[in-house]
Design a protein. Structure first.
Lengths: 382, 382, 382, 382
């Protein structure tokens, strides 16, 4: 695994736990962690349960005892690492967004396709697909429970940078993060919407905004800071992105990604309205899926709160009895479980790098539309 | 009053009740009801408590014992009636949307301004402003509780025409209704958003769609049907309208009006995120206003459910003790209460015909944007 | 009608509105209002829409143009008025609790039975039965949707006397009010629980408590004060009453009535768990009935929020389209509608004085149990 | 660790994870797992990450490399194992309820006190205390945010044995489980209520019931079955227990534990009303704590949904950013974290065996009251 910050800790817990709950065809071992600082990486490896520490990610690829490369770094390094790993025959799981540009994502997807022919698997870590309630939503749509999809209403609302004195961390710098709320959290709702509906966004019309244009420079902790000193720097990414679009099945969709929704902490929300029913989900109540069955008599219909904690729900049987909810990091455990199973079975895990590229193209269409007077902009490849 | 269908019944209950709960400077009398059919109008007048029935609205204007004209007809007749009434020196309260076109609305607003100089008052019936929770939201924003407004998220979701066999009623015909979900319910969220925030939408980017393009002709009941016979007719209005836009204060806003959101019955929802706090409202739980105070310590902050039933909340003191909720028609009672008070005081009631014109211009900008590849379109007069 | 405070205002709005929304076999006229003070009663009559004012309730009974006596006074006068009215051949609708003692209630019920033989109808005003969601709950239980009832969980939570400086109003005096939270709001949940389940409480075990034992004397407004001066007086009723009991069908039930639940304004809540399903209701969200259908596959079951605003729901067809909620006073409108229909049809309206007596007996059993070390106490007549 | 069923799996995940998230003064090692069947225990040890497997729990106590004994067996074996372990100088963490009888619990508490003098620590595993929202509730009550406690309303609602064909598992047999819903889940709400309020239940009045009196014998899987064959057996424990009681601070409390609340899966709910505020919690939404601050102006007060996911909330700082919820098993991780810290510090961990004994005495008072006509029964030692 490369990187040991937020995502690295979450992935580590997944690798540590997956085997105790799921019956896996292969048993994962936590071989080595790579980071830039020798001391910090060694400490993190010790803490997170990795047997070895490396200061150069290329050393991980060189190791014969490493078959899987798990990329938890900022988006600007994804392409180089992933392509090198795939070419070396490693399986690769890569954090989202797949890359910072469409061009990088295309190169990665091409590398993934080439590697697949040689048996190397790849996956982009849209972990929210593995929240049981989200996977259950996908199941019900696929079963036709919603009929024709007319509306998708997706939002990802956070509020962690509302304070204008919050510093200029790497996620607020275009060269590191690619974009702001759009790529960080907007990417998740694009993927979630397409995953649940099984449809594609064919085009979008967008607005983006940076509310706080300058921020204090971060104090310099490696990997986080924008510069080395005091003073202020320019925020080079969006604070919020709104877009509306059309779905391949004829429906309409709206999206909003923002870090300025005071009081919303991690509200990844999606509502889907179909001709036969509707679904609603909010990650802040991640164990609940709300379902309206429009085929019932109107006198008894209504949105029902399904606790997605039944053993027959996706992934849940491995865990606890009904009503005993799961948490955020379980989505990663399910992710590596599916990845391991795909490796063992020789099948293509999802979401693939092509799926990651697909999201990247939507992000690019959003940016083009926003730069072009919100004009409706076709998503490349749709 | 002219018209005795849905809106006519709601307004009648307001006129009937207002005096028993509020201490008014003038006592309203329910003089006469106008409709097209003599028999049906007489029955409605008897039922709804109007002393006389007329089959020509012009007769209402001729009556000396009528000082207020309340227009509850479809939008295609608003301009003619309102202008005639204003020119005759009557006070006019008119259902929304003010008109079916900007040109009509401009003529009405001009007539209202001219009439105001002669002491005749006019008001457009955006009744949701008078829901206590909505008026409370406005109060708190005006007091600065939310700080700078960054986001508005407004939706008006219904599902009453999801069934493709639902007939082609007048609300689905452009010549009668002007537009579909956009003008009927989209108008409400535009007005509500501008009212609560005190800001204006400066421009929009829009998508509209008609999911069901043909419907059975209605069976011919007066005032509702599209035609006289069997067969099918073309739906000439939008089923759903989505738009995003910019607010005069620098914030971003998204809007969605649809009659295809299965399971949502009358979900007029709005969330406003400001730098100091947030508010959320859903008319399906109309006695609740959710408030997040971002100035509290984060450890104890969260959206709180304020029951808008305290005697210090707008309009509530006239009714029941805390926790004893109000219903839909109370918004109309509050509306006529404010209208009567403005007439007595000689002040300009709100929302004015200029406010109605304002909404009409937003609707027009939405339609222009939708027709022009979703291009960002400035709202006239902004 | 006798009395024009809180209940008098609510009943007046019902009498004023019922005819405009329901097609009644008889048309009610608001003839006369009785109260003690001539001036205040005359003002109230004018305000609330009663044609005449009387200062002696006996004058109402003497009037030939009065066929219905509506009793909205404190409980200590119910028996005398109701019995006199019934003996005079008037129909009587009486606020709850029916009386302050079982003996009074027995006399009233006997008078009602005797009067019924002569065609005079009587009804006790447990208005919450006429909230559409509550009537819908009763309908579904009666249809067998819940199977065998195992649990009832009923609470009526308010907080209006938490402040120890809140004065000693009549509702806090045993001679006027009979009991405290128990009779005022506990009576409602007893009736609601028995109404919805169709079962009876056969016995109870109870605790009561008075948290604030002395309060400032009220300042002497007629009908509200405890005494004429300054100083403090003793609270002679319960602040809270808790009891658990057994239902005639074998289930268990718990009840709590309190005026010390900070933050709960008028939370009349009931949850019923049966072998085939469950229902939950909270008056603070009075247009919602939550239903869990346990016959569905567990993977898709959950409590669903049914908006009790469909035209097929009890009483709703007379009002507005789905999603346009009703308010507190609609329950009274429905009550008088049913009462008028029963008078016209010559049938016995419900809840009858016997039902009121029944609740009185439960209240008495609660008080006996609380006074006897919480011993399980059989409800008389069960 | 002894036992590897539901609780064993949860505890194992805690031991496996605690070190990766918390900075501990001692590093736990998962040495050995004990169970009755050699093969099954070996498989479980492999799966759950224990280095060795034993078929006799006494072997664990004999091992020098084992310092902590974690007891995850049914209640009938707790006393023997715990006392032996404590006498051998081991630290002991024991699942709840502490024992099946007061006598056993007294012996265990005595052993714990004696062992503490020799440096051996003991703890009873009321894991819900370590849910962040519950610990936060305790913190706020301790800080005086609620003022005087007037009401506690605690329920633990499940529905897993509603089906009369659900088999007679060990939890339905008095000799194994001690009692039914009462000891299994009622014990949790007793502890949670006393923990959050910092008060004690001084006496109770109770009702218990067994709705389904006979059930099919379980098919014989070790540790779960009631017998070896077909046929039916008698349920010897309660299906539901209701009780009301008094708190040491003068408040009233109600409790309900049932496995027959259809639609409620693991609804451990508690609401506390104090003179200055209220708190509400439901484990089915375990990351939310609802708080009403009664010191705010009434016009803006209301129950607020505090996401207990802030880094300043108990235990949360070790995990994820705000809004990224935790799951059921995190409560166990927090439990062992606190236990390890207490061992290292030489302090007494809580809840102690005396706390466990305390709950056992409440359970006994409930049973005595239920057997004695619901008479109010003082809790021993209160």
């Amino acid at each position: 695994m490369i990187g040991y910050a937020f995502m690295g800790r979450a992935h580590s817990q997944a690798w540590r736990s997956v085997d105790a709950f799921f019956d896996l065809p292969l048993e994962p071992a936590m071989v080595a962690l790579a980071g830039r600082s020798a001391e910090a990486t060694a400490q993190a490896a010790e803490k997170l349960g990795w047997a070895h520490a490396e200061t150069d990610w290329k050393r991980l690829i060189d190791r014969d005892d490493v078959q899987i490369i798990d990329i938890c770094t900022p988006g600007d390094s994804h392409a180089e690492i992933a392509i090198a790993a795939l070419e070396a025959g490693k399986h690769v799981i890569c954090e989202k967004p797949l890359a910072n540009t469409v061009a990088e994502a295309e190169a990665m997807a091409a590398a993934a396709r080439a590697a697949a022919a040689r048996g190397a698997r790849s996956m982009v870590a849209f972990n929210y697909r593995r929240v049981p309630a989200v996977a259950l939503a996908r199941r019900w749509v696929a079963e036709g429970r919603l009929g024709e999809i007319r509306h998708v209403r997706a939002q990802y609302l956070q509020d962690w940078i509302v304070d204008p004195e919050f510093p200029l961390v790497w996620r607020l710098q275009k060269d590191k993060a690619g974009s702001g709320a759009l790529g960080d959290i907007g990417a998740h709702i694009i993927d979630t919407a397409e995953y649940i509906t099984g449809e594609r966004l064919t085009g979008v019309s967008a607005l983006t905004e940076t509310f706080v244009k300058e921020r204090p420079l971060a104090s310099g902790s490696a990997g986080l800071s924008a510069g080395g000193g005091a003073g202020r720097g320019t925020v080079t990414v969006d604070d919020a992105a709104l877009f509306i679009g059309r779905l391949s099945g004829g429906g309409l969709a709206s999206f909003e990604a923002t870090r300025f929704a005071t009081g919303r902490k991690n509200a990844l929300r999606i509502e889907v309205n179909g001709s036969l029913g509707s679904l609603a989900f909010d990650f802040e109540a991640m164990n609940e899926l709300w379902f309206h069955d429009h085929t019932l008599d109107g006198a008894e219909a209504g949105f029902r709160r399904v606790l997605a904690t039944e053993s027959s729900h996706p992934y849940v049987g491995a865990w606890w009895p009904p009503g005993h909810g799961l948490g955020y990091e379980h989505s990663f455990t399910h992710e590596v479980k599916d990845f391991i199973e795909a490796i063992a079975a020789g099948t293509a895990p999802e979401p693939s790098f092509d799926d990651g590229l697909r999201v990247q193209r939507v992000l690019a269409a959003v940016e083009r539309s926003a730069a072009d007077g919100s004009r409706f902009t076709t998503v490349e490849g749709s």
